[in-house]
Design a binder for this molecule. Structure first.
Ligand code: GDP
Length: 471
């Protein structure tokens, strides 16, 4: 700094002191101080602005409150297999087809909208938490509300628990649809009772989780469910700015023989127009045509609207972010840059949390919560481990078991760990082959134990930075 001012460091330090900053030659001064001192030497300091290609072509400015307007909620349907997710999605889709347009909705584009008394709801058409969490692992946060489907005659099952924990980890609002109410064996009270065991307390019992009894078969309660979704959405005050360049997420994509790469994108902010130049992940293109879920051509799509687009040069990946940009040449440069970064990332060791880097990440203040997934051979162990681990929480780091269940470590566990930056511990269980492979690929730390005490001790040492290195 002194060199630039053409002064000696002593002179600079003297001026600093005169201004009440008692710095030595080894200290760093901030920008405002530098401006002040430079002024006394009749020099001017300017902030160096590093402009990336992204900055130049992607409008990522904060939206002014004045520009924000309400947007439709984006909803995913989750739950155990055969509890009726697909049936509910179908019932909702058909409930919304008015006589005149019967047969109009035939396209599956990965998402669809329904309109209830003038208000829209966007449903993701792929039920289940796998797709949801895969997208989240890629950094995409597309959903606002999860509808958890539980069959009234079957109650909470393993994938219901997974779905609950995936939704909680993502921080989305949960609405429970207690389905198959038409069945004689339906027992909604039992379902509600079971929900409380997972910290989901029904509204009518003083909690904050709406539970709506429905039947996808008789359509009973479907309207109530839709109304509840709108109510929850209203409380969330979801907003976006339709008057800016579009950004959003690729929901699904494929190669069509005639039309080339086809992608369904969900616009999350701004408005997408035909003719727009877009970057989706590592592919570029110019939107040639857009089609809604009714197979109708549209010229523009605003916030929370899903559309199928053509015109991309390659097939993007579900979960890729996309941006409408201002310059095609720079867009291509950006894609080149992203491809290089991707390659580098594959080489570099991941920044995922592991027991070996936990302490370092804690020290750097990057790790305030150690998230853990517990799998064991018996429920008793799951609970014992959960309690002992959570007791290890201290002022620096909270230990939080985000999912615990009986059974082998599955693909879904690894996916959740990957999306949530969690570690997985297993007791007397093994990962299945796919899970093992994916954990390796994604850099998810997976530890297997036979004795609970060993696990507690290892994690405790890791938190103190005293874990013996593994050779
Ligand atoms: P998913 O695996 O969760 O998508 O479940 P599906 O929607 O495929 O439904 C599984 C089975 O449950 C199918 O045989 C459906 O016909 C049946 N089912 C779904 N909803 C209802 C309902 O409300 N009542 C009755 N009785 N059966 C239902």
């Amino acid at each position: 700094f002194a060199l630039r001012l053409k002064a000696t460091s002593a002179e600079v330090i003297k001026k600093l002191m005169a201004n009440g900053v008692f710095a030595t030659i080894n200290d760093t001064i901030d920008f405002d101080t530098a401006v002040l001192i430079a002024d006394e030497f009749h020099a001017k300091v300017e902030k160096e602005v590093v402009v990336t290609i992204e900055d130049r072509i992607i409008d990522d400015s904060e939206d002014d409150d004045a520009n924000l307007v309400p947007r439709a909620p984006v909803v995913v349907v989750m739950g155990h297999v055969d509890h009726g997710k697909t049936s509910i999605l179908d019932a909702i889709r058909h409930a919304n087809v008015t006589a005149g347009e019967a047969g109009g909705i035939t396209q599956h584009i990965g998402a669809y909208r329904v309109n209830i008394d003038g208000k829209d709801i966007t449903f993701l058409d792929t039920p289940g938490h796998a797709a949801f969490t895969t997208m989240r692992a890629r950094g995409a946060m597309v959903t606002d509300i999860a509808v958890l489907v539980v069959a009234a005659d079957d109650g909470i099952m393993p994938q219901t628990v997974e779905a609950i924990n995936h939704a909680k980890a993502a921080g989305v609002s949960i609405i429970v649809a207690i389905n198959k109410m038409d069945k004689p064996a339906a027992n909604p009270d039992l379902v509600k009772q079971q929900l409380t065991e997972y910290e989901l307390v029904p509204e009518e019992w003083g909690g904050d989780v709406p539970c709506i009894p429905v039947s996808a078969h008789t359509k009973m309660g479907i309207d109530d469910l839709l109304e509840m979704i709108l109510l929850v959405a209203e409380m969330k005050e979801l907003k976006a700015n339709p008057d800016r360049a579009a950004k959003g997420t690729v929901i699904e994509a494929r190669l069509d023989k005639g039309r080339g790469p086809v992608a369904t994108v969900l616009v999350q902010n701004g408005t997408l127009h035909t003719g727009d130049i877009v970057v989706a992940g590592t592919t570029v293109g110019r939107i040639r045509a857009m089609m809604n879920e009714r197979g109708e051509r549209v010229k523009s799509a605003g916030p929370s609207v899903p559309v199928e687009v053509t015109g991309l040069n390659e097939v993007p990946v579900g979960g890729d972010t996309f941006n409408a940009v201002s310059d095609e040449r720079l867009a291509r440069e950006l894609v080149e840059q992203r491809l290089t970064e991707q390659k580098e990332e594959m080489f570099n060791s991941q920044t995922k949390v592991t027991l070996d880097n936990l302490f370092e990440q804690m020290k750097e203040g990057e790790m305030k919560e150690l998230k853990v997934i517990v799998k064991a051979d018996v429920q008793g162990s799951v609970e014992a481990v959960r309690q002992s681990l959570e007791k290890l929480s201290n002022d620096e780091v909270r230990v939080h078991v985000i999912h615990g269940a009986v059974g082998a470590i599955s693909e879904s566990d690894v996916m959740l760990a990957n999306a949530s930056n969690a570690i997985i511990v297993g007791f007397n269980v093994r990962p299945d082959p796919v899970a093992e492979e994916n954990a390796k690929r994604d850099g998810v730390d997976m530890r297997l134990y036979r004795i609970i005490y060993d696990c507690i001790e290892e994690i405790e040492s890791a938190m103190k930075g005293m874990l013996a290195p593994k050779y």
